[in-house]
Design a protein around this ligand. Structure first.
Ligand code: ATP
Length: 277
């Protein structure tokens, strides 16, 4: 058995020269990064740049085509389904589409991982779930059905569910999407304080520069199939690289591509449309 990350000073998650893709499409090449305990790492990049693809590699959903993905000191290329399952129990994932169970109320959604993986007395279960809901400002929404809460509230419930088991690594895919400015600031602070309090490693995939720069220790900027820049928020702010500057300032013109690139699959589809171009 691997030693728990809590006994190790190694990064919780590490990618060494990793390539990732789907079918004949290589999305990312030669990606190297690491995330350590207590760190908040922001993963930024344009739409379609491969941020969610990176997250899939970290959970073992997507195997690396080249390079090594190491999670809790285990090379994911050499894990079977059972080992992967036990590694995943040590991580929390907040998916882009919160994916709440619509037939369960807010309380039961957050309690779900506890019922699956922990044995708690009903009173302890009640206290733990209500405390976690309180951290996202939804203690008094525990009784509501998923259909009775707003989209932003649903994101916060999904966040509470992702952290209820106090994981060693939390992956957040767009945690700020659809939140009003107050909830956004509270959620960002919550991510930071969970990392500090639990000592867990956090990876935050986001487009929100202000909030993520306020809480991140390290920022990786993904683009054009690779990591274009990485460093502390201050380093990136000070960067004179035109790609970094355009991304941070949101200028429409510059090296950051807006258009989805042509691929062999697109050219093949287009040629089958039978219309001369
Ligand atoms: N299951 C899949 N099969 C084939 N291609 C995929 C699949 N998932 C994503 N892609 C492609 O991989 C590329 C990267 O997608 P990904 O979802 O990782 O981007 P992203 O940076 O998370 O984008 P966004 O910010 O818009 O969510 C895109 O070109 C996308 O079309």
């Amino acid at each position: 058995m691997p030693s728990p990350a809590s006994d190790s000073n190694n990064p919780v998650l590490r990618l060494d020269s990793v390539s990732l893709g789907y079918g004949d499409f290589t999305v990312l090449r030669d990606i190297s990064l690491e995330v350590s305990r207590g760190q908040v790492v922001a993963m930024m990049g344009g739409s379609g740049s491969g941020k969610t693809t990176l997250l899939r590699a970290a959970t073992g959903q997507l195997r690396a085509r080249a390079g090594v993905v190491t999670l809790f000191d285990q090379d994911l290329a050499h894990t079977d389904a059972r080992q992967l399952q036990s590694l995943r129990q040590r991580m929390g994932v907040l998916f882009q589409q919160g994916a709440l169970f619509t037939d369960l109320n807010v309380f039961e959604n957050v309690a779900f991982p506890l019922r699956e993986h922990a044995t708690l007395k009903p009173a302890d279960m009640l206290a733990r779930v209500l405390n976690t809901l309180e951290a996202v400002g939804l203690r008094c929404a525990a009784h509501l059905k998923v259909a009775e809460i707003s989209g932003g509230m649903a994101r916060r419930v999904a966040l509470a569910r992702a952290v209820i088991l106090e994981p060693e690594l939390v992956l957040y895919d767009e945690p700020f999407a659809g939140l009003d400015p107050i909830s956004l600031g509270i959620t960002a602070r919550l991510i930071r304080s969970l990392s500090d309090r639990l000592g867990c490693a956090s990876v935050v995939i986001t487009h929100d520069i202000a909030e993520s720069f306020a809480i991140a220790d390290q920022v990786y900027l993904v683009g054009q199939g690779c990591i274009k820049a990485h460093g502390t928020p201050a380093t990136l702010h000070a960067s004179t690289d035109p790609y970094v500057q355009q991304f941070l300032n949101g200028h429409p013109d510059g090296p950051v591509p807006f258009e989805y690139p042509s691929t062999p699959a697109f050219e093949s589809w287009l040629s089958r449309q039978g219309v001369a171009q």
